[in-house]
Design a protein around this ligand. Structure first.
Ligand code: S3P
Length: 430
């Protein structure tokens, strides 16, 4: 049980949030299947990305990781080896789904297992198209849940229309397509994050993007690259919201990734009237980066739905907190995907925020939040439910809560932001 600091008078200072989780995973994976030595700077040494490194080591890839510096000795597209141990994906959905895409193309057997949360997350969304391509996958409930066993190889290309806007689905199919003779195509209902597309190009490969359709031709050779991982906007989001809602605050967040498929949180903050400025934008062709400054703001409610949802899906827990501190009724809809994240985030957000005074209601595909409400706690225990983003949201909520509270399951935060509490403490202290 970790005590949380409540009633924080101000948050001031500058921080570098850690590297982007999505990009860190992809840099290891593409480095492993490229030819030559890939270097990764500002890698996220969170538990999820360490799970990816561990899985590739078990397939014979030499990877050295020293804090945020990683070197991957690429094996080439056909060089991965049959693992003689189970591949443990831990809590990481991205590891599971993208790895399945690569394993689908490998002519050997592998077993994947993860933690209790992974065992509840639907995998048919990737095992179905990968099976259509020719992979043999089995698992609980017809290959929908871990543990999964896969034997790949000898794939044929598909033209796949995904029912969900999911970068994990899109990326799994594109990675399998990289090893498949012919052109593989994925169409999605709205645009999800495009880090795989951008990184395949950085490694010298070719991907064709036409609106919501992405195509890749197979048997391309990827060449090792030097990757700089921008700060994770999904981690920055906690401090963007904290800076907006805690009194007397000004926080500068340096080197934050500003890929337009990820910046929905910035659009929402602007719509709600936040005092946010963006400076020093650079690196636009690969992965754009900039510096963000947020100040205490007078906030008004907003509506969030449609094509905006995939651009901020991981930020919805912290946006829900933001909405409790805004005047009016905020409606979040078209977000049923929240139910299949690390926890059912509609349930966990609503349950936890209600405990200390939020006026929040779950709907079938999102939530309705009425603000502005004071938050108060009397020796209250809140719970991350083992979900890193719920844990961080609750720690930020505590900053604007009167009373005392503590967090159960704080260790989950190490999945994506191992230095979260150090950064929070540094901002409180200044
Ligand atoms: C991710 C895609 C998103 C996101 C997850 C990371 C990725 O999931 O929620 O945290 O790195 O591709 P979906 O593809 O399921 O939307």
């Amino acid at each position: 049980m970790q005590p949380l600091q409540t009633n924080v008078p101000s948050l001031r200072g500058a921080i570098h949030v850690p590297g982007d989780k999505s990009i860190s995973h992809r840099a290891v994976m593409l480095g492993a299947i490229a030819e030559g030595t890939t270097t990764i700077a500002n890698f996220l040494p969170g538990e999820d990305c360490l799970s990816t490194i561990d899985c590739f080591r078990k397939m014979g890839v030499a990877i050295t990781q020293n804090g945020t510096d990683v070197v991957v000795e690429g094996k080439g597209i056909d060089g991965l080896q049959e693992p003689n141990d189970i591949l443990n994906v831990g809590n990481s959905g991205t590891t599971t789904r993208l790895l399945l895409g690569i394993l689908a193309a490998c002519p050997f057997h592998a077993c994947l297992i993860g933690d209790a949360s992974i065992a509840k997350r639907p995998m048919a969304r990737v095992t179905k198209p990968l099976t259509m391509m020719g992979a043999h996958i089995d698992g609980r409930e017809g290959g929908n849940y871990t543990p999964l066993a896969i034997r790949g190889g000898n794939l044929r290309p598909i033209q796949y229309e995904s029912p969900v806007a999911s970068a994990q689905v899109k990326s799994a199919i594109l990675l399998a397509g990289l090893f498949t003779e012919g052109t593989t195509t994925v169409k999605e209902p709205s645009k999800s994050r495009d880090h795989t597309e951008r990184m395949v190009r950085l490694f010298g490969g070719e991907v064709v993007v036409d609106g919501l359709t992405v195509s890749i031709s197979g048997k391309q050779t990827l060449k090792a690259a030097d990757v700089y991982v921008p700060g994770d906007i999904s981690s920055a989001a906690f401090f963007l919201v904290a800076g907006a809602i805690v009194p007397n605050s000004e926080i500068v967040l340096k080197n934050v990734g500003l890929n337009p498929t990820r910046t929905g949180i910035i659009d929402v903050l602007e719509q709600m009237g936040a005092e946010l400025s963006i400076e020093n934008v650079r690196n636009e062709e690969t992965e754009p980066i900039g510096d963000l400054t947020i100040r205490t703001s007078n906030l008004k409610a907003t509506e969030i739905g449609g094509a905006l949802i995939p651009r901020l899906i991981d930020e919805i827990p912290i946006i829900a907190l933001l909405a409790t501190q805004a005047d009016g009724t905020t409606v979040i809809k078209d977000a049923a995907e929240l139910k299949v994240k690390e926890t059912n985030r509609i349930d966990t957000v609503v349950t936890e925020l209600k405990k200390f005074g939020a006026d929040i209601e779950a709907t079938d595909d999102g939530m309705i939040i009425r603000g502005k409400t004071p938050l108060t706690a009397d020796n209250l225990a809140v719970d991350s439910h083992g979900d890193h983003r719920i844990g961080m949201m609750l720690a930020i909520a505590a900053c604007v809560t009167n009373g005392s509270m503590s967090l159960q399951g704080a260790e989950a935060i190490a999945v994506s932001y191992p230095t979260f509490f150090n950064h929070l403490q540094a901002l409180i202290g200044q």
